[in-house]
Design a protein around this ligand. Structure first.
Ligand code: SAT
Ligand code: MN
Length: 616
């Protein structure tokens, strides 16, 4: 198929316009076949950009440029017509100005390269919730990853109409006069990177980065930033949430979504292996949920993605064996270390490496005797990733591709908070739940910054969507409030909302591995079980100033190490002083940012929380 064969006139005209601007040497319309995947991968291997892994069938390792290892939030723009439209938490440039700047960069940017035309679907093909896009890119790496992360290929064209989302991407490194990449990852310097969104036009322009969320435009750019804007217009929710299926020992099923910032364990939670007998967790999605009300008044979620772009470091047999199996074949690894016997290795993989390793920068080094390297000297970049097909996950739910989605009973919010926030608490009602989402904070991780000095600082990340909200965050809060109001006749059908924190720390307690007061991973099933029963209205809670919390003995502790049994009371009580500080920070530093866009329901919740704490 060639560009001339594209039936939709709008798509064809847009592709032709971009070809004229970017001036690629060739244009290829992708067919999504295995033969095409193999051909493009071979091109990457021959060019010295990818290494086949002897130990993992049909799997390859890429090393990116050291400046192109994560999303670049400072270079990410929500270019709505007005700055108010983008709101206080997004970078904004006037769309006319931004387009002029970027057109200057795009002019001739694909010299010496091929432009790939890649039609894709976010969501199960033909699902009433799914949406369609076309990505134009000059990166084979992007095509290969999009093949895993989205539904692509010729069959997609029949669904693509004038509502498609145009996604233009270039690595921003033209090869003039026969220049070659010579095995070096192509990208532009940081100040020339632009990850731009024009929400009113449902348009994405990305330039200068080949990495993850900057370049696989179906993911953060479309499925979150553009989709959140569309969702507000259309009355649904596009969220940075995992989706899991939870079955209790009686065989009853509930579906749960959870919003956590990047690299806070969404993939691990979505694939958790429960440590309490009789419970089962299966995966629907690990990063993004699109939720719409069904005819029965319940909220239904689909996973718009088809693969996992998971953080590799820290993934081990203990932390997430299901992810290891999902990524054991047909997987792309990025910025992991390479072993002598042709396998990947990373910090926290669960065993020390032997002999020599090629680190993520391409240097050959002696393996460390332990499975952890000093900060800054890691063999794998802390944001190294695996891109694996979701269907390879051993715990993928049988209904993960259900076109109408799965009905959601509970929504979790969480982040990395070493103090104050307890293990779990439940909101009193929907508006209070929106309040909890709005105050989420977390330590910064390597996924959200390319500056290692920022890692570990706490920032507010409302709904874990701070870097991914395509419009004014105050209006986004209001949208959530409205969603609850619109279904007020069905308030009992709305999901229940919880705030969890697996990351409380006590650095003075030598018993605790890593200083963490809760084991996390499979033991989070103990909290999920409490949440499950809460959804059924069981009497397993106490009322506190911050919401409903587990009553004594309501969290199953069978088989939990003694030192965690000792920390449990501490992390399941209200830290009054800590919360009063929290209230002060929200009142002085967080909420004022949103000005008149802040819903009055949220200031009311804040006042209410403060007075309840003071009375306690
Ligand atoms: O944005 S990425 O897709 O690169 C990963 C993440 O930050 O969640
Ligand atoms: Mn994410």
């Amino acid at each position: 198929m060639t560009v001339n064969d594209i039936k939709n006139a709008k798509v064809k005209a847009w592709v032709e316009e971009c070809v004229k601007m970017c001036e690629p040497d060739n244009v290829v319309v992708c067919d999504g076949s295995t033969a095409e995947y193999d051909r493009l991968m071979k091109k990457c291997v021959d060019a010295g950009l990818a290494t086949p892994l002897a130990k993992k069938p049909n799997s390859f390792l890429f090393r990116s440029d050291p400046s192109d290892v994560a999303r670049v939030e400072k270079r990410t723009f929500i270019s709505s017509k007005t700055q108010e439209g983008a709101g206080p938490t997004n970078n904004w440039i006037d769309p006319t100005e931004l387009k002029a700047t970027m057109k200057g960069l795009y002019k001739g940017c694909m010299h010496g390269r091929t432009m790939y035309v890649l039609p894709f679907c976010m969501g199960p093909l033909g699902s009433p919730i799914a949406k369609y896009g076309v990505e134009l890119t000059d990166s084979e790496y992007v095509v290969l990853n999009m093949d895993i992360m989205t539904r692509t290929g010729e069959k997609t064209w029949q669904y693509i109409d004038d509502n498609f989302v145009p996604c233009l991407h270039s690595v921003g490194k033209p090869l003039n006069n026969g220049a070659k990449d010579n095995g070096v990852w192509a990208c532009a310097p940081v100040e020339q990177k632009y990850i731009s969104h024009f929400p009113e036009e449902h348009l994405i322009w990305s330039y200068g980065s080949g990495y993850g969320g900057n370049a696989l435009l179906g993911k953060k750019c479309f499925a979150l930033r553009i989709a959140s804007f569309i969702a507000k217009e259309e009355g649904w929710l596009a969220e940075h949430m995992l989706i899991l299926k939870l079955t209790n020992p009686a065989g009853e099923v509930k579906y749960v979504t959870g919003a956590f910032p990047s690299a806070c364990g969404k993939t691990n939670l979505a694939m958790l292996i429960p440590t309490i007998p009789g419970w089962k967790v299966e995966t629907i999605g690990d990063d993004i949920a699109w939720m719409k009300f069904g005819k029965d008044g319940r909220l239904y979620a689909i996973n718009p993605e088809a693969g996992f772009f998971g953080v590799a470091p820290g993934t081990s047999e203990v932390s997430n064996n299901n992810a290891l199996i999902a990524a054991s074949k047909n997987t792309i690894f990025t910025n992991c270390a390479l072993t002598e016997d042709g396998d990947v290795w990373w910090e926290g993989i669960g065993y020390p490496a032997k002999g020599k390793l090629v680190d993520w920068k391409g240097n050959v080094r002696d393996a460390f005797p332990k499975d952890k390297a000093p900060k800054g000297e890691e063999m794998a970049h802390p944001n190294a990733r695996f891109t694996a097909p979701a269907k390879q996950c051993p715990c993928i739910a049988s209904d993960w591709e259900s076109p109408e989605g799965v009905p959601i009973s509970a929504i979790l919010f969480g982040g990395r908070r070493p103090s104050t926030i307890p293990l779990v608490h439940q909101s009193r009602n929907w508006a209070h739940g929106v309040f909890l989402g709005s105050i989420v904070g977390s330590e910064i991780t390597a996924a959200s910054t390319i500056n290692p000095d920022e890692v570990g600082k706490i920032r507010r990340d409302p709904f874990a969507i701070l870097p991914f909200c395509g419009y004014n965050m105050g209006d986004y809060f209001q949208h959530w409030i409205n969603v609850g109001k619109n279904s007020c006749t069905n308030a009992d059908k709305l999901p229940k909302i919880f705030y969890v924190n697996w990351f409380r720390k006590d650095d003075n307690n030598a018993d605790l591995p890593g200083g963490f007061m809760w084991p996390g991973y499979g033991d989070n099933s103990r909290v999920l079980a409490w949440i499950f029963d809460r959804c059924d209205g069981k009497d397993n809670f106490v009322e506190t100033p911050i919401g409903y919390m587990p009553k004594d003995g309501a969290i199953n502790t069978d088989g939990l190490a003694d030192y965690y049994k000792k920390t449990l009371p501490e992390i399941t009580k209200v830290d009054k002083e800590g919360w009063l500080k929290e209230v002060k920070d929200i009142r002085e530093n967080h909420y004022p940012k949103f000005g008149k866009h802040l819903p009055k329901e949220l200031s009311a919740c804040l006042d209410d929380l403060e007075s309840r704490l003071n009375k306690a």
